[in-house]
Write a protein that binds this ligand. Sequence first.
Ligand code: DGL
Length: 280
Amino acid sequence: MGDLRPIGVFDSGVGGLTVLLELQRVLDREPTVYLGDLARCPYGPRPQAEVRAFAIQVGDYLASLGIKLLVVACNTATAAAYQVLRDRYPFPCVGVVAPGAAAAARATRNGRIGVVATDGTVASGAYRRAILECRPDAVVVEHAASWLVPLIESGPHHDVAIEDRLTAEMTELRRTGIDTLILGCTHFPLVRAIFQRAVGPDVTLLDSAGTTVMEVARLLREFGLEADGVPGHRVLVTGPAGAFGARAETMFRTSPAIETVNLSGTVWDARENNDLMRSS
Ligand code: DGL
């Protein structure tokens, strides 16, 4: 049976489902609870302090549900709040920036790495720092594309408009000589084929899902948190589900019951819970 508490995963919307899908595929005995903060999506154009406050509120809500590990399946929230979240909870937290940066540092042949992410993630410098930590001689070229998030969020019918604009923007990026491009927003793998066409076949596209899940697996082992049962999964949203449900259905080939939750009444006393954890 092991530890049957769920793994909490969150994003502003559908993007984190790309991480959740990989997590459920690889760690298929683990229960999960996913929260899409649809009421406040997108996070990308917002100031860091605001995203940090949202991330803490979502983290506290998931903590109050009794999760055993938190996956911040949002680059923007990872960039703005990872340290705060890691220090706040008694359970391990995994962000998506460091695993993606490490994968790119390993994959590049010429040391020139591109990052496409939201404005918030690019402004934070989180990818640049994480890549240079792994590979100090790397050249990092960042490109902000927050505009993509609402189009992806609202469903596949915008794909033609996305392709036109992305082709122009990626042509510019390709001129910098990058051989590896990090999709530094968890929404972006949902239009991966468009990115690949726009950037050309010689550029390796990477996202964080696989390496993030490897890090989750490592932490579950290290802290003795692994589950071994038939897992249940919950999907929560904070606002009207819109295209979210259809996207989840296509990705998971099942129609999950989507529960709408209100975060405003969340009571989680981080200090009290950390003290309890230490004294037990
Ligand atoms: N999917 C998120 C990310 O990885 C958030 C995008 C947004 O809400 O702007 O950055």
